[in-house]
Design a protein around this ligand. Structure first.
Ligand SMILES: [Mg+2]
Length: 362
């Protein structure tokens, strides 16, 4: 039985602003990504809990947030990307020491596997989580919420269960009861679209979702997603906590010269990445079946879109059309401009042999 923690910094960017400027306390604080078009147009990147009470949400136009908050003395601030990244790495350095394995999932979220550190004794996990939380607060002045369970899926759901500054434990044997009353949308990976389809089928809670057969789910959502939903509804997940390698340093991701939502421009900026990746593939004699475009948006979140092929490729440059499609489909779903863009290939095979490599190029 593993001991897994998910740590999620509370309303991260807005909390940093509040910490740095105590006069913001008690006011609705909205951190915004303003577009170059000026005139105060832009998108909300983060909102503190007071502004959330008035239905302000990340991703909504700044204009809408202004309307919702106009009578409540709000504070609108521009996003300070590099600064938040610096604070994030300070916090992550503290969190890292609370596990045997550490996986940063985004600028404000991380997973820990603390099984060995706690000698596999789950009863020590709640105290461990509280100590982590207190340590982060004492050293940085920031609060986080922690979920503890025996896999990543349950730990993540648990971290979101009691916010801000919460600790939620889902011990072995408690998963089914914990999940039953949750709304379907609380399951990571079940987005707005899937939730809507399930609600139209008459299912609202995870408990109700547990009644659907795996065959039916695979019928409606396809094999992979159907199986994922079936397992997730039961709290089943065996994904390991994976330390991320020396990541972006291999240069397969790059910062755009300017933030953009223009697909042609973004693709043109990818040309050097395409060239370098093709050189790597040629050098290592690798072919791949899956191509992933990685997007870091101006709110500093990392996203990805993948496509898998029936046959193998040994060069990405022949796949510009597919890359462009992935960029377009991402832009259709996400309101932010793109700040960094990268490519990753997986499902690799060494052409000279049959050894399957699990090589990630960044
Ligand atoms: Mg967070």
């Amino acid at each position: 039985m593993r001991i897994i923690l998910h740590v999620d910094l509370d309303y991260f960017y807005a909390q940093i602003e509040e910490r740095d400027n105590p006069s913001l306390k008690g006011k609705p604080v909205v951190v915004c990504v303003y577009s170059d078009r000026g005139g105060g147009s832009g998108v909300v990147a983060a909102a503190n809990y007071i502004s959330r009470r008035y239905n302000v949400k990340a991703g909504m136009p700044v204009k809408t947030a202004e309307k919702l908050l106009k009578d409540f003395n709000p504070v609108f601030l521009p996003v300070r990307g590099e600064y938040y990244e610096k604070v994030s790495s300070e916090v992550m350095d503290i969190i890292r020491s609370y596990g045997d394995v550490f996986e940063q999932a985004s600028i404000d979220e991380a997973y820990l596997d603390a099984t060995r550190m706690l000698n596999g004794d789950f009863s020590q996990a709640p105290g461990h989580a509280v100590r982590l939380q207190a340590d982060v607060y004492l050293k940085t002045g920031l609060t986080c919420s922690v979920g503890v369970s025996y896999n990543k899926l349950l730990a993540k759901i648990a971290a979101g269960y009691r916010k801000p500054n919460g600790v939620t434990i889902v011990a072995p044997g408690e998963a089914e009861n914990f999940l039953k009353t949750l709304k379907i949308s609380k399951i990571p990976g079940i987005g707005v679209k899937t939730t809507r389809i399930l609600e139209d089928m008459g299912y609202r809670t995870v408990g109700e979702l547990q009644a659907i057969s795996v065959e039916r789910l695979m019928d409606v959502f396809g094999r992979k997603t159907g199986l994922y939903i079936y397992n997730a509804a039961r709290g089943v997940d065996d994904e390991p906590v994976k330390p991320r390698g020396p990541a972006a340093q291999h240069g397969r991701i790059k910062t755009l010269r300017e933030d953009s939502r223009n697909p042609a421009y973004i693709l043109s900026e990818l040309e050097t990445v395409i060239k370098e990746l093709d050189q790597d593939l040629a050098f290592e004699a690798l072919s791949f079946k899956t191509l992933t475009v990685v997007f870091v948006t101006v709110d500093l979140k990392t996203h990805s879109k993948s496509i898998s092929f029936d046959r193998r490729f040994n060069s990405v440059s022949s796949l510009r059309k597919e890359i462009l499609n992935l960029i377009n489909s991402f832009l259709g779903e996400n309101p932010y401009s793109i700040r960094r863009i990268g490519l990753r290939v997986s499902n690799l095979l060494k052409e000279s042999g049959v050894r399957q490599l699990k090589l990630t190029l960044f």
